[in-house]
Design a protein around this ligand. Structure first.
Ligand code: COA
Length: 167
């Protein structure tokens, strides 16, 4: 039975392990070097109450995480966040990503965000499908902005706007 809950700093080793798997094995993130716990602590603490981080947990083990991070340091962007969504490679394809996605969208609405941006690497059809079915719309493609594993990569941009959070 999977539960989704707010992340605490005690979850950082598990969050980091899951993220590092994706850094090393996939183009889902454009980070190329594994993160250490010091870096992850800074990342965690940069999320105030407005920018949530959630984890999924099964039998006491963290299986995935999702975050809404500040899109830009420029203040007029403060109601816009960027989403991250990662599931442990052994737990993918079982509905955990969808659960995390739905929960983080709901959390962002509660904290008063107006808009969420998703930057999804070309070809990540699973992620595009999930975001689309959670109400994200395609807003454009950034051509050849990344290079990983010796390949130039496009980024498929998606956005969700909370119609209720307009003020
Ligand atoms: C993308 C990711 C977060 C999804 O989490 P997950 O737990 O594996 O996904 P779920 O099981 O909840 O849902 C997968 C959905 O994609 C669908 N899917 C699977 N393969 C697909 C494909 N090739 N094309 C389109 N849809 C696909 C499934 O049918 C399911 O949709 P449904 O619920 O409508 O049937 C996870 O696979 C992951 O961490 N991948 C590596 C990192 C990553 O890509 N992160 C996203 C960065 S933007």
């Amino acid at each position: 039975m999977t539960i989704v809950r707010k992340a605490t700093s005690n979850d950082l080793p598990a969050i980091t392990e899951i993220y590092n798997q994706a850094i090393l094995a996939t183009t889902a993130t454009f980070d190329t070097e594994p993160k250490n716990l010091e870096e992850q602590k800074v990342w965690f603490e940069s999320h105030g109450p407005k920018y949530p981080i959630l984890v999924s947990e099964e039998d006491g083990k963290v299986t995935g995480w999702a975050s809404l991070s500040k899109w830009s340091d420029r203040c007029a962007y403060s109601d816009t966040a960027e989403i991250s969504l990662y599931v442990d490679e052994k737990s993918r394809g079982k509905g955990i990503g969808r659960k995390l996605l739905e929960a983080i969208i709901s959390e962002g609405e509660k904290t008063g965000l107006h808009s969420i941006i998703a930057r999804i690497v070309e070809g990540n059809e699973m992620s595009i499908h999930l975001h689309q079915s959670a109400g994200f719309e395609h807003i454009g493609i950034m051509k050849e902005v990344g290079r990983k594993f010796s390949r130039l990569l496009d980024v498929y941009m998606m956005q969700k706007i909370y119609k209720n959070n307009t003020l």
